[in-house]
Design a protein around this ligand. Structure first.
Ligand SMILES: *Cc1c(COP(=O)(O)O)cnc(C)c1O
Length: 377
């Protein structure tokens, strides 16, 4: 059976990237690798829209998030955490793991945070050292306004740390211009390579905080990463096969151009939303991100059965809902190496799946709407 990934990580990997990673293994202290790593670091800066170094860590995205908590804070620091889904909650869990007290802002899942809520919390709670936010909350499909949040945070003496794991490469995110102190992404999302790498950008303010941090760390030390990077290296053995693939993926992104990259994702996301709505279904998010479309499963339909049928019988991998959203939504991702016809397959699959689980569907309704939009936009 042909497997089609519509999961918000891992995402499909372009053939050129796969071929590069199939080459014989090299060694990470050889000039051939150093040359390619230098190119990767240059291209990562373009993607992050920053002049500062972007650090490559050998872990999934969560490792990059953990590194931010462990390297930017002190034991006695207090943080502000926006929790609007599973990944916002993760920032809180990481703070807990390091014994850092935090003030949560809980947002109904599917909603985006209002920057005024952050302003209010920073006013009331004096001495907050870092605000942890999520760019695109992958568990709900909601997009947060990082630029507006950044304007609020900048008025206070604290850091703005963003989980941009699915946002980067999909939505415009100006790290330097918007004053983001730390941003994290992962390899298996918009970067179109397999899982295993995390990337973190750090501002000058963030580096000052690194100098003061007294939380325990060893492998995920930004100081170690900086020292190694100054010699064009990693502190430990990097996942060099992934870095080889990454160079190709970043070149593809460079060739497309950031503006076109954002426009492509916006167009494909809009086509998905149009197709879904034409089927009479509703979205979960009020401000949906272009990363994925979280669709509310119609009343009386078992969302888990729908996802299971699509996966087992059709090879179409949508993601279901997590935690409180289990069985209630399906998430269709359109991130990375995705084109018009991937979207049409997703909508066609959704129609087939809905009918299979007993929902009344007229085949072609969603498909026609998506075709109409894609054919004329
Ligand atoms: C995927 C994802 C993560 C977690 O990344 P892992 O690579 O699974 O560790 C964190 N935040 C967001 C928003 C994500 O989409």
């Amino acid at each position: 059976m042909k497997i089609r990934l519509y999961t918000p990580g891992p995402t499909p990997v372009p053939p050129d990237v796969l071929l590069e990673m199939a080459k014989p293994i090299t060694h990470h202290r050889l000039p051939v690798f150093e040359k390619s790593f230098a190119n990767v670091n240059k291209l990562l800066k373009t993607l992050f829209q920053t002049q500062k170094d972007v650090f490559t860590l050998t872990s999934s995205g969560t490792g990059g998030m953990e590194a931010c908590v462990a390297n930017l804070l002190r034991r006695e620091d207090r943080a502000l955490v926006v929790r609007g889904g599973k990944f916002g909650e993760r920032w809180g869990e990481l703070c807990e793991a390091y014994g850092v007290k935090f003030v949560p802002i809980d947002i109904e899942w599917g909603k985006s945070v209002d920057p005024r809520q952050i302003e209010d919390a920073l006013k009331v709670n004096k001495g907050i050292r870092a605000v942890f936010t999520t760019h695109s909350e992958t568990s709900t499909g909601a997009l947060n306004d990082i630029r507006a949040i950044g304007e609020v945070v900048r008025r206070y003496d604290c850091l703005h740390v963003v989980d941009a794991i699915t946002g980067i490469g999909v939505h415009d995110l100006k790290i330097d211009a918007w004053g983001i102190d730390a941003a994290v992404t992962g390899s298996q999302k918009g970067l179109m390579i397999p899982p295993g790498l995390a990337f973190v950008s750090l501002s000058d303010r963030a580096w000052e905080a690194v100098g003061k941090s007294d939380l325990p760390k060893y492998y995920f030390s930004f100081e170690k990463a900086r020292k190694a990077l100054s010699k064009g290296q990693n502190p430990f053995t990097p996942a060099l096969t992934l870095i080889m693939g990454l160079e190709i993926a970043l070149k593809l992104i460079e060739a497309e151009g950031l503006d076109n990259l954002f426009k492509r994702h916006a167009r494909l996301a809009e086509a998905t939303r149009i197709g879904v709505r034409a089927l009479g279904l509703r979205l979960l998010a009020d401000h949906p991100s272009n990363v994925l479309t979280a669709v509310r499963v119609p009343e009386g339909v078992d969302g888990q059965a729908l996802v299971r049928y699509l996966r087992n019988d059709l090879g179409i991998l949508f993601a279901g809902g997590q935690d409180r959203l289990k069985g209630k939504i399906v998430r269709i991702s359109h991130i990375g190496y995705i084109d018009d016809f991937d979207i049409l397959v997703a909508i066609a699959g959704l129609e087939r799946g809905l009918k299979q689980v007993g929902h009344d569907v007229k085949f072609g309704t969603g498909l026609a709407a998506a075709q109409d939009y894609l054919g004329s936009n």
